[in-house]
Design a protein around this ligand. Structure first.
Ligand SMILES: NC(=O)c1ccc[n+]([C@@H]2O[C@H](COP(=O)([O-])OP(=O)(O)OC[C@H]3O[C@@H](n4cnc5c(N)ncnc54)[C@H](OP(=O)(O)O)[C@@H]3O)[C@@H](O)[C@H]2O)c1
Length: 257
């Protein structure tokens, strides 16, 4: 059994959470250009409004803080009231604070997990009942290759993204027989405001527009596992199947951050 993709994004009702910058903004632009009806969410309303004014096809601006369950619920209700539902939830939003054992901070870790793992769960909980009732729809969540296995400077970010992988895998099991598609998106390094803070050379760095192209192609094709750029994500997939002594040796040797 294969899950559905999209023959075309034209007139599809798409809710993008995390559209005010970076990968989410690039996806919003690409999907609008492809003729979709796009609702955009994030906290920074002025950035969303500027995006709405610069692109045709953005029909709804719905500011939300993804850590606030009531805000997410009312955002979905507002969109459903306008459109009668959505065809694709594209959850892109995420936060990254470099954390190692020597600067580990529980409050920062809690905020990271709240935004990156509980955030998508909140959004999925809103859209699932309608998608299950209609036996249609798509849920796409941006995780990260940092969720594959433990990496330096990711003491909260890594676990939050590892949780996304498990969440998507389990959703896929449950939703495939129901006609609802799940797309797990694992980017490598993408040049955005989030990575501008990195003080090391990022291997296989791509642009946000290239990331959006990969994401749209993967969703169109009905793929579950969308990862890119392959030269980097494929290498990390290989690393995670190694026995731990070899894995840690590779990471110490090659991941110098
Ligand atoms: N860039 C990379 O190299 C890379 C690699 C792997 C995975 N990723 C993942 O890709 C996704 C997008 O990251 P990016 O690089 O494009 O970063 P970005 O430019 O910083 O974008 C992050 C987006 O998340 C939104 N956001 C953050 N906290 C939020 C909250 N509490 N409520 C609502 N929206 C929130 C931000 O909007 P507001 O601030 O306006 O709320 C913004 O739209 C993230 O999930 C990230 O973990 C990025």
């Amino acid at each position: 059994m294969k899950q559905n993709g999209f023959e075309s994004f034209a007139n599809q009702r798409i809710w993008i959470i995390g559209a005010s910058s970076g990968i989410g903004e690039a996806c919003a632009r690409a999907l609008s250009n492809a003729g979709a009806k796009v609702a955009i969410s994030a906290r920074r309303k002025e950035r969303l409004t500027a995006l709405e004014n610069s692109v045709q096809g953005i029909t709804l601006v719905v500011p939300v803080d993804i850590t606030d369950t009531a805000q997410i619920n009312s955002a979905y209700q507002a969109i459903a009231a306008q459109w009668g539902g959505i065809d694709l939830l594209l959850f892109v939003s995420g936060v990254y604070t470099p954390l190692r054992a020597d600067n580990f901070d529980f409050e920062l870790a809690r905020q990271t997990v709240d935004a990156n793992l509980l955030g998508p769960m909140r959004a999925v909980a809103c859209v699932l009942p309608d998608m299950l009732k209609n036996h249609s729809g798509h849920i796409a969540i941006v995780g990260s290759v940092a969720g594959y296995s433990g990496l330096p400077k990711a003491l909260a970010y890594g676990p939050s993204k590892a949780g996304i992988i498990n969440f998507c895998e389990t959703l896929y099991y449950d939703l495939l027989p129901e006609g609802v598609s799940v797309h797990m998106i694992s980017p490598g390094f993408v040049a955005t405001e989030a990575t501008a803070q990195n003080d090391f050379e990022m291997p296989a760095l791509i642009t946000a527009e290239e990331a959006a192209t990969e994401i749209l192609a993967g969703i169109s094709a009905g793929k579950f596992d969308i990862h890119f750029p392959k030269r980097f994500s494929g290498f990390l997939k290989f690393l995670r199947i190694l026995p731990y002594p070899l894995y840690f040796w590779f990471v110490r040797r090659f991941v110098r951050i």
